[in-house]
Ligand binder design. Sequence first.
Ligand SMILES: *Cc1c(COP(=O)(O)O)cnc(C)c1O
Length: 366
Amino acid sequence: MQLRIPGPTPLPPEVLEAQTKQMINHRSKEYAELQERLVRRLKEAFQTKNDLLLLTASGTGAMEAAIVNTLSPGDRVLVVSIGNFGDRFATIAKTYGTDVVPLRFENGDIADPDAVRKALSSDPAITTVLATHNETSTGITNPIKELAAVVREFDKLFIVDGISSVGSIEVKTDEWGIDVLLSGSQKGWMAPPGMAMVAMSERAWDAHRNSKIPRFYWDLGRAKKSADAGETPWTPAVSILYALDAGTELMEKEGFANTIARHSRLSAFVREGVKALGLKLVAKDEKNASATVTAVYPPDGVTERAIRNAMRDEFEIELAGGQGELTGKIFRIGHLGYVNEADLQAVLDALKVVLPRLSGAGVGSR
Ligand SMILES: *Cc1c(COP(=O)(O)O)cnc(C)c1O
């Protein structure tokens, strides 16, 4: 089976082998060296000198950690959303009693920096802005540099979900002024799900000191104290760290900038291919289309489910469906991590067989 979903992603042989290694003491010099090496590489990929902390969690755990470590109940929080993952950020923030001001754009659009500026200037009580860098549910990449510049104009805390972007799409954490940046091991990092990463700026640590949401497992203050000693506060997912070590080693060998360029090139290849098949992108303006996932509408009269079933049953290619409002309306092709042009050519070739047949026979039209 070829897994072409936006995480988890297929793993290279080096990573598969790494994660079968014997356990080690997570309070040992050997472990500390692993963590130190991994964090050094991750900081390079995040383009940050800030603290970078490892959490045993899926990406959503990191989203929750970002919120409980920087906010207090009643804080006014602008949540900029362009899709399902932005909406999830709003839901988590509301769950912890913050006063969420939603700024929702249509599926297929980016967040307009001017609209963010307007929201911030009309509501000075807002302390924090949450946004998604790469909205995996719609296949759209936000202009996060421009959004960060607006947030900096108003000197607010800027928390960014970069779960499906960091490592695969450029983010200059420090230069652009992102205070908290998140990622997850199963997206562009060629590792299995299970570890999340959080980069914290000085401004984020100031917010941490003032934040009043209760926390224990997610307490990044404890995580930092442990990290300074080459540890994590709780037992980490050691096997996933072995995998992440091997995955980031491959990225380092490729060159982090080359990994990003590869994603950009492959995504253009996929878009050209699906357009040539007559399919319409969810991205209203192709220049905003994501380098890690392509979201596509099925042709009229064919369900996304029929397409995905045929792709799976006949070609052993697993594509992703839609999420949230787009459930049943779109399908998505993941192209992040361990992927090359031949992998994606296989997807396009299979679609070329499947689509005309489904359209012609009207199969899946009900
Ligand atoms: C995958 C993803 C998440 C959620 O990650 P989980 O690991 O499923 O919890 C959040 N945000 C974005 C943008 C993602 O792509």
